[in-house]
Design a binder for this molecule. Structure first.
Ligand code: ARG
Length: 222
């Protein structure tokens, strides 16, 4: 499994040097069902997507949003979660809604993510233009830049956003959502045998409660 373990609560590193998170545990449970051993390979998010396309990994699991462009270069399992792109700002920010993002001097995103792709698009396509978006290697670095005043807002998936806001004083998540997306496991194009096996294993894990048990461990219901 190729991933980018800087995306809580889906994938993160442990103090002991291992990996944990929803994706890591679900992938482990899928592997067990299939009689396989899970090996987690941590890399940049863009590299994690490329790795599965080139056969360096068998699956990519990294809170990956299904998009039409990505579907041209990889296959996706059935979706296993909803992701929402949200906006993080400082508590005293003049940016109060998603519409105010148009006034932001600089927006921070994680490199190669859908947040970056949407925000850096042209204004005609609903974005803010490349000049107004900075790509960081991780979401945590984008949030650090927000804390330091180098960017005015960060656009990122809602679950990592909650965890970054909890870790840093003076930040908040806007109530209005930027985009709603589906997460799925990425596979090499045409790897139908593994795709079907993964979908079947996932369906079993959902039916027997294992999947929900893993989610509940990491995401507490409000
Ligand atoms: N859902 C977003 C996307 O697919 C961000 C995923 C980032 N994942 C990560 N492990 N860093 O573009």
């Amino acid at each position: 499994m190729s991933t980018n373990a800087a995306f809580p609560p889906y994938e993160m590193t442990t103090d002991a040097g291992g990996f944990e998170g929803i994706d890591v545990e679900v992938a482990g449970a899928i592997a067990e069902k299939l009689g396989l051993e899970l090996v987690v390979d941590d890399m940049g998010f863009d590299a994690a997507l490329t790795a599965v396309q080139t056969g360096q990994s068998d699956i990519a699991m990294a809170g990956i949003t299904v998009t039409e462009d990505r579907k041209e270069v990889m296959d996706f399992s059935d979706s296993y979660a909803t992701g929402i792109q949200v906006v993080i700002v400082k508590e005293d920010s003049p940016i109060a809604t998603v519409d105010d993002l148009a006034n932001a001097e600089m927006i921070g995103c994680q490199k190669a993510t859908t947040g970056y792709i949407y925000c850096s698009d042209t204004p005609e396509n609903g974005g803010y233009g490349e000049d107004h978006v900075t790509a960081f290697d991780t979401g945590a670095l984008a949030v650090m830049a927000l804390v330091n005043g180098q960017v005015d807002a960060v656009v990122i998936d809602n679950e990592p956003a909650k965890s970054f806001v909890a870790e840093n004083d003076g930040l908040k998540i806007l109530d209005t959502e930027f985009a709603v997306e589906d997460y799925a496991i990425g596979l090499a194009k045409g790897n139908t045998a593994l795709l079907e096996a993964v979908n079947a294993a996932m369906a079993d894990l959902k039916a027997d409660g294992t999947f929900q048990g893993i989610v509940d461990k990491y995401i507490t219901a409000e």
